[in-house]
Structure formats: C-alpha cells, structure tokens
Design a protein around this ligand. Sequence first.
Ligand code: ADP
Ligand code: MG
Length: 702
Amino acid sequence: MAEKLTDIFGIDVFDEKTMIERLPKKTFAALKKTIENSEDLDPQIAEVVANAMKDWAIERGATHYTHWFQPMTGVTAEKHDSFISPAPEGQIIMEFSGKELIKGEPDASSFPSGGLRATFEARGYTAWDCTSPAFLKEDAAGVTLCIPTAFCSYTGEALDKKTPLLRSMEAISKQAVRICRLFGHNDVTSVSVSVGPEQEYFIVDREKYLKREDLVFSGRTLFGAMPPKGQELDDHYFGSIQERIAAFMKEINIELWKLGVLCKTQHNEAAPAQHELAPIYSTANIATDHNQLVMDTMKKVAKRHGLACLLHEKPFAGVNGSGKHDNWSLVTNTGKNLLDPGKTPHENIQFLLILSAVLEAVDTHADLLRLSASNPGNDHRLGADEAPPAIISVYLGEQLEDVLSQLIETGEATSSKQGERLKTGVHTIPEFRKDATDRNRTSPFAFTGNKFEFRMVGSSMSIADANITLNTIVADVFEQMADKLEKADDFDQAVHDLIKETVTKHQRIVFNGNGYSEEWVEEAARRGLPNLPSMVAAVPSLVTDKSIQLFAKHKVFTEVELRSRAEILYESYSKAINIEAKTMMEMANRLFIPAVIKFTTTLAGSINAVKAAVPTADVSVQTELLTQTSSLLAEAKAALTKLTNAVEKAATITNGEEQAIYFRDAVFTAMAELRTPIDKLETMVDKEYWPVPTYGDLLFEV
Ligand code: ADP
Ligand code: MG
C-alpha cells in the first residue's frame, strides 16, 4: 500500500512534476515566476501551457474541460465544454487554446450577486488561477479537466470567494515582508498563508436518509426525539472505526490522494455517526480549493457506499454539531514559520511583535471574524455548549500568557516556562518532554504551538471567508506597525515599546478559561467584547465604516462588493430558513399529522371495541393516551397554522435585512413551536405508525 500510495498521489493533478515533464523549460520558469511573485501572466505562456494541459488530459481520457469556480453560494460551479473542434471532411480535432485556458464566460445571471449585476447584464468572467493546479475529475460524465478560476463581473467586481482570498493573500504578504525586513531578513520576498482545515461530518445510511425530507431538502433533521442514548458515554470519540465507515474512508483517501489532497488524519468524532478528516496544511488558496474537493468527494463516495454524508453544522439536535477548524500560519519564502515561537519565546522579538499584531487584529475586528464563520447552520452551534461561544477570544496557553504578563507588568520578559517531562509512573513507557502549554478546546481562537486555530467555522462552509478576514485584519495591523517602526530611530526600543503597548491595550481579548461557561459571557460583556448571537446580528459588521475602510485600504473588497455580500448573506439566511420552514410544514401536514390521526383512530376504535365486548372493562390506559395524543395533535396543528402564516408574511417583506430578521425572530421561533409537540408525539405513538426513521435509527444503525 505504501508504494502504491506514492504511485497514485497526485496522478490526477497537472502539478509541478507534470509541468516540468511537459513544458519547455522557459515556459515553466516563467509560469513559476508568475505564481511565486504574483506577477502578470504572459498570454503566450498560457498558449503553451494550455496545449500541454490538453495533451496530458486527453491522454488520461478527458473529453471535456471546465472552468471550476466558487460563486458566493459557498459551493463550486462548473460548466463543461468538450475539446472538439470541426475539421475538414467531417472530422474533428481536439483543441484547447490559451484564451480558453485564461478566460471563460459563463452566463452568470443566476448566481447570487447581491445586486452587483442586473439580470440583463448577464456577463461574468472566469479567469485562470494559475496558483492552484488544474486537475481531472472522473465521474459518470467521463473525465473532465478542471481549471481553478476566479469569477468576476463585467466591471471587474468579485463574484466569488477566490478573488478576494487571493487579494488578501497578496495584502498580507506585502505587509509581512515589511515586518521581516525590519528584523534584517532581507532575503524574504514573499510570505504565504498556510492553512490546514479539519473537516467534521456525519455519515448515515442512504436509504434512511432518503426517507427524511428534512435531511434531503435542508441537510438537517427538523424533527426528531432523542433516543435513550446520545453521546454521553463518550464511546464514539476516537472509537474503533466500523467496517462500513472504514471502507468509505479508504475510498475517500484514495480519491483525494489522486487529486493531490494530503489526507492525513481520520477518526470518529464526539457524536455518534460523526467523523473527521484532516489534510496536511497547504497554501490558503489551495487549501480552500482542496477543502471544496474534500466535501464534494465525501458526498460522492458516500453515495457509492449506500451512505449519505451530512455536512450541515447541526444535523441532529441533542448531540454535537460539526465544525471546521481553520489552522492558520504565515510562512516566508525562505521557509520560516512566523508563528513559531522557538524554545524561548521571550527572546524572540519578531515572534512577539507578530503575536501582538494578531491579538490587536482579532480584538479590533472580532465582529468580522465572527461574521466570517456565520451561516444559518452555525447559528445552532456558536454559543451552544459544544462549540466555541459566539464571543471571540484568544487562547494563548500558559507559556505565552506568562511572557505577556511579564511584559505588561515589568516592561521586560526575561523567561519562558518550559514543558516538564511527562511521567506516567510506568517504567516501560518512555518519558518525554511535554509541550509547554496544554490545549483549550473551548476557545474560538487558540494558539496551538506554531499556528492559530480558528475553531468557529461551520462544517459546510467554504474556508475562504475566514481566511480572507484573518489575512486582511492581520495585514492591516502589520502595516500600521511597519509604518511606525520603519521610521524609528532606535528600532530596538521602538519595537519593545510597541509590543508592550499593543499587548497592554488588547489584553482583554486573551482568555484562557472555559469558553462555554456562563461566567465567561458575563466577563466578556464587562470587557466590552462583542457577543453577536446570530448570523443576522453579525452581518452589519461587514458594512461598518471600519470594515469598509479596512477592506478598501488593502484592496480586498470595494464598498460595493461588501454591500453586495451583506445582501447575499441576508438573502441566503432567509432562503435557508424558508426552505426549512416549508419542509417542516410539508412533513407535518403530510406525514406526522396523518400518522397521529391514524394512531388516535386506532386507539378510539380499541376503546369502543373493548367497551362493546366487556362494558365494565378498564380502558383508562387507551383513554389517557388518546387524550394526550389528541391534545398534542391539536397543539401541533395550531403551531403549524402559526408557522404557515409567518412564512406567508415573510414572503411579503422586501428589505433584505428586515426579511432576515423576521425569519429569525418569527419563522424560526414558530418552527421550534411546531417541533416540540411532534417530538413528544414521536415518543408516544406506536413505532409502526411513525412515518420516518428516528434519531436512533439514523445515528446508531449505519
Ligand atoms: P488537532 O488540532 O486535531 O490535534 P493537528 O495539530 O495535527 O490536529 O493539526 C490540525 C491541522 O493543522 C492539520 O491540517 C495540520 O496540517 C494543520 N497544521 C499543522 N501545522 C500548521 C501550520 N504551521 N500552519 C497551518 N496549519 C498547520
Ligand atoms: Mg485542531
């Protein structure tokens, strides 16, 4: 297997090795220069690359190519074109020009644009992103050459998640280089962002999945009573992986390895039927593309195994939901990780400056970070017990916190706490040195050794928004720091003062305690940290003056782009809740209410029959059950009417923000009111009558 793995890894990718084999030396060198230095691409180079790419793809069985892009739906889009071109005598030739590689022109009027593009101006362009390698996708359609692209409007506004991500990577590189130069690292010419996203997901049996309209239409269960067992035994977390799941994981790995995704870790997660996959980190842009491939491949492979992969943030109430930890660090072109504190962080001034910059960035723009992890599904997690709270804080760990408090208190950090040796009390177990710092699972933004781990991102979300935000807010602080320090007469003193001033000013964002506790919510309020409890509450932070200036200054988003994105967020929230509400109405009307009516009719029949047979017989059990279920049925029907009215009213609201607020406050609340009596009925009605698989069936019988 080990040998085979090296054979298959990346075989479906037009990667550097393939390019070296297939491109003239000069072309390859020019392309590499473009990639590494973010330089303009020469059209003539594109012509040569296109031809080599086409030959390679056709040899591997490809008939079509597609510009693969990431519109603001959060998922990927593709439109396939075949390579064929007519030739004399009714023949065809296979063609693919540099122009076709560089530019596509999908009719883009049906993608969300938040008012950026009137529907009559349907033109949108996809543009080749040569920094993310092209790859082959094989499915029932055959083999397709997929070219990662950015997606923009006729007037150049970004209509996707990739364009601003690439812009933000340029922004942070530019400012981080200035910081490195201040410390005499003149060989640093660029700084790239490394990202490793850990992906959580649920797997359920496909046949059962298809019997649940709520899972099919909305990705989560909208009804469902908790079975007698949940996750309280902690017996699933890291438990041995059962055969059917193992077979699925094996195939996922193979498919993704072929696509060059560095799948590394897999394990069972906390909730029953929940699992995780983590690749080894790569450049932010590629990590974002790869994470899309991971999600796509998971769904596809699950289907082949008679399974369904649920990427929703909260598929089941009562057990943990799924997130995506976005591990983030900065690496210079000379290979140094700028977030590596070394053994003695108190002496590592460059690290301390960068650390203090991250603290300032996160404190100043906590609202934006929170927004970057917001979607309708994540509203069920953030602030609930299992996941990071909705309040942003930074966990630094004992060692760094100690260094910072020395700095704040005495103006000088003179020591770093070191990890002790781990003693198990068993002689045959080798001793080793522990990390200087333990972990904190409850922190939304934790320093974990040589990277920050942003833990709020939702499992179904693109990681682009989180990284766009992180890159830009940190770039902004780097810029201010570099502006100041480049002018300093006494650099050593100036940098010392700046670190002290920054950590003192922003220490309120540091919190090492239990982020799930009620006390923290109160403490955070005292510290003045924002607590944005829902997605709808977080959207306005995108269009504050602070945000508009920030993103414009670093050329990541124009004001117009930001406003359109806010519109899209409101719209997507309203649409998601509308689908959920309508699915609930349909399930209640056509499944649950009829089932309960059947059940109560049987009960009533039984009462009559028993009484007729034995007039003195005790029918109190049937009668009580009939009374209770009938009363819950009436409650459900009243809630259903209320929900139906709320959904109708929501449709009449034309302002995007107002509509989203109404969906959250009226529709979402009415949904919960309908769920309660139905879930109670589920526990009382004869299982034979219950029209859908239950939580027990879904979670424990994969
Ligand atoms: P966990 O947090 O679950 O213990 P790891 O510490 O192994 O997992 O890391 C999780 C993810 O972080 C992986 O994708 C890993 O490649 C990534 N990672 C590790 N080091 C870095 C780094 N310096 N920058 C960005 N991501 C990193
Ligand atoms: Mg982690």
